[in-house]
Design a protein around this ligand. Sequence first.
Ligand code: ZN
Length: 402
Amino acid sequence: MELNCSIQNYEWGRKGSDSIIANLMKSSNPDFIINESLPYAELWMGTHPNGPSLLKGKNIFLEEYVRDNNHVLGKVLIDKYNGKIPFLLKVESVRKALSIQVHPSKEQAEMLHQSSPNIYKDDNHKPELAVALSKFETLCGFRPISEIKNYLRSIPELCFVIGHNEISHMFSSSESNFLDILKNCFINLMSQETEIVAEQLKKLIKRLSDLDETTRQSLKADLLERLYSDYPDDVGCFCIYLFNHVTLQPGEAMYIAANEPHAYLSGDCIECMSCSDNVVRAGLTPKLKDVETLISILSYTCEPASAKLFKPIKEDECTQIFKPPVQDFAVAKIVIPPRKSYDLIPRSTASIMIVISGNIEISDSQIFNKGSALFLSAEESISIKTTSCSEPVMIFQAFANV
Ligand SMILES: [Zn+2]
């Protein structure tokens, strides 16, 4: 069953035909008109109330359809998830940073929703998996201790904002209490007065502009300048020295567990998450910043950038599966060579898939162009034929990880 999915026009999205989302929509629906000045940031496939999918050609929400036809979900979703689809599949197209954030655990989400229902409207957790479709640039998790210390040694402006007391503790500390000190440093940084942050950022930007290229590179000058021009005076700019700067190549993936700080900076990706929109933001955003909550739920684990890569498992010659350590979702990436047909592996729960490249023909000779999103019932098996003699087909499919 083909879906009609919601587009989110968040300000940070790539605009017009620069956005993969606009191109996918145009390809799957010839009537779609691309507005070149509009950002096409996210495409949502699922039942979340902030962007619910409809069955194409009928005026029925997917949510209503699965409620009235519960058997299509499979036993686990009926028994364990109250007959709901527990995941949300997205395509994202990022032009500029979309806020430093963490997602609460299930328990924390319930508490936040109870204490501040106006801010935290959602009581679900939101672990997420991102698979890069183009070069996809992110900040993710705290850097290893040695890297953070190196930056502090060469960036007095950052030390000033954190405060010299904490900095001298950090350099005299043993490894065992480093994480407590890092936590204090981060609290100081994120709660520093705006004027002091603005003044030190300005000073650092000025100083970097006078340095030679090698030093500029070692201090990530280009990235800092880019973030500074999008979010001037925002304390999040300093976070590039504390968080790993991870760039995924197409096909590479990253899994972000609860409480892990991250920010997406640029590029296109497929993202899958628990059906939730629960975000605690603290920088690189014009939206509400809740530094206090962010600090209290953040995980202070220091790991190298390479530890952030999440590897898929090969299921057969066409399918790889990303199975994160949560039951709410798994994602299969299916690549079918030109002029081949392939029987999709049936899944024990309902699934949602999107064609990202190539056009396909399905069992009953229906043609679906790139950009088409389909809902499949549990155990549904379909045979897919590629229609082009030169372009391979690439499909992403989300289902519950059970
Ligand atoms: Zn996130």
